[in-house]
Write a protein that binds this ligand. Structure first.
Ligand code: ATP
Ligand code: MG
Length: 361
């Protein structure tokens, strides 16, 4: 029986982190044994938010080195770089023709990222912050902007590429006929849009060319970063997959804990404590830690030290695997080139069908 297809990508916006690992990569490693998998470096997607100086090529190679060190195997799955398979851009263009703009303005991620940017830009200036949030709501409901709103939104992100991000993402997935997409829960609205775009194309052209993909979640919820916001490469709040030893220890020490728990024997509240969120993943007996924290029987320092001991062995193992590629990123490049050939062959089949449906050929 033919294996079902799985597709997923990550943006090379920085070194990958434990959120990416628990939210997606761990799943990739499991899925490569069961499905026909395509895992790609979303370098075009990175252009939507990365600064123009971001070393995307280098980031891409380092990211794939991290994937390999964690256990992805190019003999079991296809690993490639999005920009090496130009069909992604071609299909995005075609899908853009049938995607209503209102769907894109409604995308919650679009709003969230803008809010975050304004939050940083207007720190402490509540009135300006409110205004920009208001402008975004106005945009979402109608997409007529007043001049003032336009000005408020005139950030580096009020561009066509960022708004159209979900269309490119739909192309990434639909190009390979994916049945499943392993993602973190933060990506769910985008996947829903992919499903809607697939449905709409099929409906307009009276075809079944696209499969509506389903999400595959890991059991991990969205992981918080050391400052308690969502762990994200763009927020500078990550524990990187390549951190181990003293670097890892230093990051754990900085993790946000219950601000009311000042002394070791103060009663604490583990809900909302970043250290506890990690205990839940790494500590089989996290319930004990929870009780001790609530009773004031353990201090945050000891709790952090224990967490380090739980995480570090796996990180050291990955660091040893990564050695193979250190200073030899051309090995990673070779893997990407091989993968691009396989991905192109599969993508070409879909593109031909799409062009036929649209009566281009
Ligand atoms: P950026 O800030 O550039 O968006 P990111 O850290 O959010 O980077 P992505 O490349 O957007 O990472 O996401 C890669 C994969 O990791 C996605 O499937 C996403 O759902 C998952 N992921 C990202 N952050 C987290 C998190 N904090 N918890 C769980 N999963 C996450
Ligand atoms: Mg992200």
């Amino acid at each position: 029986m033919e294996k079902k297809i799985v597709v997923s990508g990550m943006r090379p916006t920085g070194r990958i982190h434990l959120g990416n690992y628990w939210g997606a990569l761990k799943n990739y490693i499991k899925l490569q044994d069961e499905y026909e998998c395509y895992f790609f470096v979303a370098d075009w997607h990175a252009l939507t938010t990365a600064s123009e100086r971001a070393p995307l090529r280098e980031n891409s190679l380092l990211m794939v080195a991290d994937w390999l060190s964690a256990g992805l195997d190019p003999n079991k799955c296809t690993i490639f770089r999005q920009s090496d398979v130009r069909y992604h851009a071609e299909l995005a263009l075609m899908l853009g023709m049938i995607t209503p703009i209102s769907w894109l303005f409604r995308n919650p991620t679009f709003k969230e990222v803008l809010v975050e940017i304004y939050r940083q830009k207007y720190k402490g200036q509540e009135d300006k912050m409110k205004k920009s949030e208001g402008a975004m709501d106005a945009m979402a409901s109608s997409h007529g902007f007043s001049d003032e709103e336009n000005m408020a939104l005139n950030s580096e992100l009020s561009n066509y590429g960022f708004l159209g991000y979900p269309v490119l993402q739909a192309a990434d997935i639909l190009l390979y006929g994916a049945s499943y997409v392993p993602i973190g829960k933060d990506q769910l609205p985008h996947l829903e849009m992919t499903r809607e775009i697939a449905r709409r194309f099929n409906h307009i052209y009276k075809t079944k060319v696209f499969t509506e993909p389903q999400p595959l979640f890991t059991s991990a919820a969205v992981l918080p970063g050391i400052d308690k916001r969502k762990m994200s490469k763009s927020y500078g709040n990550t524990v990187e997959l390549s951190d181990y030893g003293s670097a890892l220890e230093a990051k754990i020490k900085k993790m946000f804990t219950d601000p009311q728990k000042l002394r070791a024997n103060d009663k604490g509240n583990p809900d909302g404590c970043v250290v506890f969120a990690f205990h839940k993943l790494y500590n089989p007996n996290s319930a004990l830690r929870e009780r001790e924290c609530r009773d004031g029987a353990i201090g945050c320092g000891a709790c952090k030290k224990h967490l380090y001991e739980l995480i570090n062995p796996e990180m050291e193992k990955m660091a040893a695997n990564r050695e193979k590629y250190s200073g030899k990123l051309e090995l990673v490049e070779e893997i990407l080139q091989e993968g691009a050939k396989k991905a192109c062959a599969r993508a070409a089949l879909t593109m031909e069908k799409v062009a036929r449906e649209a009566k281009l050929i």
